[in-house]
Write a protein that binds this ligand. Structure first.
Ligand code: HXC
Length: 257
């Protein structure tokens, strides 16, 4: 049984995590397989959007507790860096990444989801950072991305209590973009991916870069990034195609990329 399934539908890649026996708990080998699949997506210029989802009742129930228990502090540093670097790779991926949250997204699972650009949750999804109940802290971005997404106060509440929240609560605090019927999850992700894929991709990718770099700096520097992205796009053939289609009142727009 393949634990990491990579499927391509036109310009969209779907990465499905499929180790239901452990609820997709992240061990070293599983993380390395995910990492390789993401590299494969990144190297394919025909892929415009990546969807990451899970099977059965879990997106990812966290890092593998069995594998973590015997680790020394030095080993934990190395091990944690693998998870942290994987999430950074997802966050900085050239193309937008949509998390299709089908079930438990806990600990490292919530952290991986937060590294994605957009989160769409099934009504059955559950979220939390339960690490402090295990005697540890989050190690792959939980203390950093959660406050950036939901604000410091709400993040601290979730991080200190370790409580698990449902999809509706996650939507209310801004942790997920929307909540959909469980059976519609993949279709909803594909619908959004297609909407993104219909636009000019150099522009989409420049926007991702500009937002990611801008939110980590002061507004003046962020605006300078944006201006650079703006001028890069103005040199593309797709700008001509998009603007001429508007001026000619044409609905047909065939972007090159
Ligand atoms: C290892 C796990 C696991 C995990 C579930 N399993 N989560 N194994 N690590 N994180 C295993 C269970 O041991 C069990 O194996 C099987 O998956 C099914 O799980 P159940 O507990 O029987 O399912 P259920 O009763 O439905 O409960 C679901 C659950 C619970 C609420 C998600 O499994 C749970 O609380 N899991 C741990 C969640 C957690 O604490 N995550 C944070 C980990 S720390 P068997 O062999 O008994 O069938 C972390 C740090 C990140 O993520 C650091 C990143 C670098």
């Amino acid at each position: 049984m393949d634990k990491v399934l990579l499927e391509k539908q036109g310009n969209i890649a779907i990465l499905t995590l499929n180790n239901p026996k452990t609820l997709n708990a992240l061990n070293g080998e599983f993380m390395s397989q995910i990492d390789k699949a993401i590299d494969e997506v990144n190297e394919d210029p025909n892929i415009y959007v990546l969807i990451i989802t899970g099977t059965k009742k879990a997106f990812i129930a966290g890092a593998d507790i069995k594998e973590m228990l015997p680790l020394t502090a030095a080993q934990t540093l190395e091990w944690g860096k693998i998870g942290s670097d994987l999430n950074t790779k997802i966050e900085n991926l050239r193309i937008p990444v949509i998390a299709g949250l089908n079930g438990f997204a806990l600990g490292g699972g919530c952290e991986l989801a937060m590294a994605c650009d957009i989160r769409i949750a099934s009504e059955k999804a559950k979220f939390g950072q339960p690490e402090c109940g295990l005697g540890i802290t989050p190690g792959a971005g939980g203390t950093q991305r959660l406050p950036r997404i939901v604000g410091v106060g709400k993040a601290k509440e979730l991080l200190y209590t370790g409580k698990i929240i449902n999809a509706k609560e996650a939507f209310e605090i801004g942790l997920v973009n929307k909540v959909v019927d469980h059976e519609d999850l993949l279709d909803e992700c594909l619908k959004m991916a297609e909407e993104i894929g219909a636009n000019a991709q150099i522009a989409v990718q420049q926007i991702k870069r500009s937002v990611n770099m801008g939110v980590e700096t002061d507004i003046e520097t962020g605006l300078a990034y944006e201006l650079q992205a703006f001028s890069v796009c103005n040199a593309t053939e797709d700008k001509k195609i998009g603007m001429e289609a508007f001026l000619n009142k044409s609905k047909e727009k065939k972007f090159i990329y």
